[in-house]
Design a protein around this ligand. Structure first.
Ligand code: PAF
Length: 291
């Protein structure tokens, strides 16, 4: 496995791989690799002949400096896992390599109105930070296919628009959310949960499932969301948002839509958990009165 730390090394590896010879799959990460990342890598392996992973904790997408400082960095363990997974190369740039002019006075890729909704409203600038670094990584790696996780569904929506609006010649592949047996979505942040918080944390996924059942049972979106927020509050969560949105624009919906999704962000003490669940409207063959 090649460990590439600067841009020249990366470009050289990419040229050696050949632009027409091998199909290159790319998995961008911020490290602290877990089973969810390994599933993305597996997915990339199935869709390509050579897999490259990047590890970069992107300061541009953290609006809270404490959150950035505490983000787990586990390079040695990550590299061992990637080696075992048969990854061809890993790109491990420093901030100075990716942002040689610093972070303030640089051109950024604006994630547009989609990037300002929901998670973007809770974390201003977050999706512009994601869109900027993903643009740089796509330009450097020039992958044929890039794999992202459905756990960050709004990020997926932003990257889909990035690819179509800025004409990146890359195929996107989305891997379903990986969960612990009790339903908790696997995330690097789970390690910050205390024992008691870890016991309560699966309630986030349970709230989404209960809400999906409530919608399927004919309850209104407003009543369903109010019920789910109240229930999460009772379980000790501070709910940042719990909304029903359309999958492409992440605009809040008051009725079921063809491609819809429940999305939630809730805090247990200092730990912020996010999750989502696709919930589509019933088949159009069903008369309106029966939905
Ligand atoms: O999902 C992540 O880990 C990050 O947002 C990404 C896509 C690697 C960009 O920094």
């Amino acid at each position: 496995m090649k460990v590439l730390r600067d841009i020249d090394e990366l470009r050289e590896w990419r040229e050696d791989t050949g632009f027409d010879a091998l199909r290159v799959g790319f998995v961008p990460t911020m490290g602290n690799l877990h089973a969810g990342h390994m599933a993305l890598i597996d997915h990339a392996r199935r869709r390509s002949e050579s897999v490259i992973v990047s590890i970069f904790v992107n300061p541009l997408q953290f609006e809270d400096p404490d959150d950035l400082a505490r983000y787990p960095r586990t390079e040695e363990r990550d590299l061992e896992q990637l080696e075992r997974a048969g990854v061809a190369a890993v790109f491990l740039p420093t901030e100075a390599v990716l942002y040689p002019h610093g972070q303030n006075d640089i051109v950024r890729v604006d994630a547009g109105p989609l990037g300002a909704r929901l998670e973007g409203a809770a974390r201003p600038g977050h999706f512009t930070g994601v869109a900027t670094v993903v643009t740089k990584l796509f330009n450097l790696v020039r992958p044929d296919v890039a794999v992202f996780g459905e756990k960050d569904a709004q990020q997926v929506a932003v990257i889909r628009r990035l690819v179509t609006d800025l004409d990146f010649p890359v195929e996107l592949a989305i891997e379903p959310t990986h969960r612990e047996p009790d339903g908790l979505a696997i995330s690097s942040r789970n390690r910050f949960l205390s024992e008691d918080q870890r016991r309560r944390a699966p309630a986030v996924h349970r709230a989404l499932k209960r809400a999906a059942e409530s919608l399927a049972g004919g309850h209104t979106v407003a009543a369903t969301l109010a019920g789910a927020r109240h229930w999460l509050g009772q379980q000790g969560f501070d709910v940042d948002y719990l909304a029903y949105v359309d999958d492409a624009r992440f605009e809040e919906q008051t009725r079921l839509v063809k491609h819809g999704r429940l999305a939630v962000a809730a805090r247990l003490g200092e730990v912020r958990l996010i999750d989502n669940l696709a919930v589509h409207s019933p088949s159009p063959a069903m008369p309106e009165s029966e939905r």
